[in-house]
Design a binder for this molecule. Structure first.
Ligand code: HEC
Ligand code: HEC
Ligand code: HEC
Ligand code: HEC
Length: 417
């Protein structure tokens, strides 16, 4: 009975959504019925969280891909494939165990404001990506055979000279990063394609980690740096989003239903775009011939990238899934009544805990999770007193819950169009 009333109300709120511009939520019609898109800001500088990771004491228990064993899991080895809210949910799920370890080690539980929470989530998502470790370390021996198999050696020679029909590639040794490789190959793609056609060499494509292996091969002989991790000016997903429009990508690709065709919707790629820099670059390269043909057909100018632009666009593609959060508020309503309603109301005034529609910055889903973290120890006490277990959130549930609460909050009445 109560469930039904709640669903009807959710239906009502949904009609209000998407009408105001300041709302954090818009209705996407083509998705699951009742599904909405939650706005999560794209990070400008995903490495900003690195400083916080130290300042907030996370580093005292968590390694980042190092050899040391911490009290908590090595966060550099976990691949977080979900959205920003899935990661926030996993952080919440582990909060009581973390808090207990902190008490044991006399570490004060750090508080996080929403900006800090956002920076930490972005950093943890980006970490593996920036050290180019996704998909395992690259193998220069495999790279050498790829260089031959894919026909590169026909025009660029052997490692000794790297010099034949194509220009020498030796100049890139030591400064060839995944970004530089992606940028130069993309920018020279047209000319290479012409020479390839003339020489009867088929257009090479790259799967999985192949581009990374090729890169490792191109780096050998560069004074022993081949085994070093490749760091570069990190791309900015937010700048990349701007480039996605200014370089014309949006004319052919939609992101979560918004944008053009005939390119595939890049907001629906799931895990495809969660690869290393080299694998995302490989994907763009693989499709660059049909993309260029389509551009010509439409009379669009050919697009080239500076190194920084390439870094930014790839960072954007990687982060597209992170920020592309879909949620079903009606499902969030159920989660709320099962897991939170013992202590909280959503619009009915305070109970043991505050009315969750009254908390500040509720428009920002990340702020909700920052507040949950900051108040987690009191909540745990209350749960324990009642003999209840910690309300864990499964994948997707953090977003559903946030969407429900955002929808419930007393909106400054949105303008009706
Ligand atoms: C006192 C030690 C300690 C501190 C400090 C700490 N953590 Fe943890 N963390 C843990 C432990 C232990 C776990 C595993 C908990 C469990 O098994 O439920 C964990 C789990 C996690 C997870 C979940 C990993 C997964 O498997 O999905 C994330 C994310 C995380 N911590 C992030 C952080 C961040 C960010 C900070 C700093 C704000 C931090 N932790 C501070 C001990 C700590
Ligand atoms: C059929 C000949 C041919 C093949 C095969 C070929 N290339 Fe090229 N490559 C060229 C030519 C010609 C250029 C110069 C294009 C230009 O002037 O813009 C070039 C340019 C490049 C550049 C930019 C060099 C510079 O001057 O900055 C890179 C990097 C590169 N190729 C890598 C590769 C890789 C990796 C492969 C294999 C997947 C490959 N090429 C296969 C002919 C070829
Ligand atoms: C003129 C239309 C057009 C433009 C402009 C365009 N693309 Fe594409 N793109 C396509 C088409 C068509 C495909 C599918 C090609 C194929 O079938 O191989 C594609 C495929 C892709 C893919 C592979 C997707 C997948 O999952 O298979 C990526 C990544 C991509 N484009 C990125 C970009 C980026 C980044 C830009 C802007 C620099 C861009 N595209 C500009 C038409 C375009
Ligand atoms: C057993 C009772 C209990 C349960 C269950 C519970 N909470 Fe709480 N919650 C509290 C109490 C008590 C506070 C106030 C804590 C304080 O003052 O530090 C609180 C505080 C909060 C705050 C901070 C509000 C503010 O003022 O910033 C948020 C957000 C929150 N809870 C969300 C949730 C969500 C979402 C759930 C369900 C997943 C939940 N809580 C489940 C008891 C609970």
């Amino acid at each position: 009975m109560e469930r039904r009333a709640m669903c009807t109300r959710v239906g009502g709120w949904l009609m209000l959504l998407g009408l105001g511009t300041g709302l954090a939520i818009t209705v996407i019609s083509a998705q699951t019925p009742g599904s909405v898109a939650l706005t999560v800001a794209l990070p400008d500088e995903p490495t900003a969280g690195a400083r916080l990771f130290v300042q907030k004491g996370c580093v005292r228990c968590h390694a980042l891909g190092g050899d040391e064993v911490g009290m908590g899991p090595d966060l550099g080895r976990i691949h977080f494939p979900g959205t920003a809210l899935d990661l926030a949910g996993s952080f919440w799920n582990h909060a009581p165990v973390m808090a207990e370890k902190m008490r044991e080690s006399k570490i004060q539980q750090p508080t996080l404001d929403s900006g800090e929470m956002a920076d930490l989530l972005a950093f943890l998502t980006a970490y593996r990506y920036y050290v180019a470790q996704v998909g395992g370390p690259a193998n220069p021996v495999v790279g050498k055979s790829l260089f031959e198999q894919k026909g590169c050696s026909l025009c660029h020679g052997e490692a000794a000279t790297f010099d034949k029909k194509g220009p020498s590639l030796t100049k890139y040794r030591g400064r060839m990063s995944a970004i530089v490789l992606a940028q130069t190959m993309w920018n020279h793609g047209s000319e290479m394609a012409q020479v390839m056609r003339a020489s009867g060499v088929p257009w090479p494509t790259f799967a999985g980690g192949e581009m990374g292996d090729l890169l490792a091969y191109l780096q050998i002989g560069s004074g022993g740096t081949s085994t070093d991790r490749v760091y570069f000016e990190p791309g900015s997903p937010r700048r990349g989003q701007g480039l996605f429009t200014s370089k014309g990508c949006l004319q052919c690709h939609a992101i979560a239903g918004v944008g053009g065709h005939p390119g595939p919707d890049l907001g629906d790629r799931g895990r495809d775009l969660l690869g290393s820099v080299a694998s995302i670059a490989g994907l763009m390269w693989n499709h660059s011939r049909p993309m260029e043909a389509e551009s010509r057909r439409r009379g669009l100018a050919r697009v080239t990238f500076s190194g920084q632009e390439m870094a930014d666009i790839i960072a954007y593609l990687y982060f597209v899934n992170y920020a592309n959060v879909r949620a079903v508020p009606a499902h969030g309503a159920q989660i709320f009544s099962q897991k939170c309603a013992v202590c909280h109301s959503a619009g009915g005034g305070p109970r043991v805990g505050p009315d969750l529609t009254a908390i500040q910055q509720l428009d920002d889903p990340i702020a909700l999770f920052a507040a949950m973290w900051n108040h987690s120890s009191r909540m745990e006490q209350e749960l324990r007193r009642r003999g209840l277990s910690w309300p864990r959130l499964a994948q997707g549930e953090a977003a559903d819950l946030a969407a429900f609460l955002v929808a419930r909050r007393p909106a400054s009445q949105p303008a009706v169009r």
